[in-house]
Ligand binder design. Structure first.
Ligand code: FE2
Length: 204
């Protein structure tokens, strides 16, 4: 069974005005779908056919890696938003305080790292195997799941993520994400010792 574009956990208009319906139509409906379609085509003649998306990302290189990792990163990205926003669990809030000083200071650093991420890529809040939080930047399709890290939150800093709504102003887009970060999702990721199961929502 091929991988499918995951069903969004909210309506196409639900993240507006932070992320507009038009951006979702392009970013989710075209960019993300194309990565999945390209990966499915490459898998037809690959020994990785039948593997989970997480295994494909960890075991592939070249075009297969680029499309599979972008398929994974974007699925995670959609689940890391919620129109309700919400608040972190007490455990995650404490971990944010010890790593960054406060949740607000974490977010300032997250925005600063997103701005400093040169070119196309992703800015992540991750947990290492010792439970310590940090912010990491990856370029292009690179993803922390190949480095034994557990992603909690992410911002896509490819221009396609913000150009329709914010033109060239990446900072405005990143700052607005504070309103829609899904802290319940991040708290569940913090409690888990495994990465988010994108395969499950893409083979539903
Ligand atoms: Fe993207």
């Amino acid at each position: 069974m091929a991988f499918q574009l995951p069903k969004l956990p909210y309506d196409m208009t639900a993240l507006a005005p932070t992320i507009s319906k038009e951006t979702l139509e392009f970013h989710y409906g075209k960019h993300h779908k194309t990565y999945i379609d390209n990966m499915n085509k490459l898998l037809e003649d690959s020994p990785l056919k039948g593997s989970s998306l997480e295994e494909i990302v960890r075991k592939s290189s070249g075009g297969m890696f680029n499309n599979a990792a972008q398929a994974w990163n974007h699925t995670f990205y959609w689940f890391n938003f919620s129109p309700e926003g919400g608040a972190p669990s007490a455990a995650l809030d404490n971990a944010l305080k010890s790593a960054f000083g406060s949740r607000e200071k974490f977010f300032e650093q997250f925005v600063a790292q997103g701005l400093a991420n040169f070119g196309s890529g992703w800015t992540w809040l991750v947990k290492d195997s010792g439970g310590k939080l940090s912010i990491v930047n990856t370029s292009n399709a690179e993803t922390p799941i190949t480095k034994g890290l557990i992603p909690l939150l992410v911002a896509d800093v490819w221009e396609h993520a913000y150009y329709i709504d914010y033109r060239n102003v990446r900072k405005g887009h990143l700052e607005a994400l504070a309103k829609i970060l899904n802290w319940k999702f991040a708290s569940e990721r913090f409690d888990s010792n495994d990465v988010f199961d994108c395969t499950k929502v893409m083979k539903a």
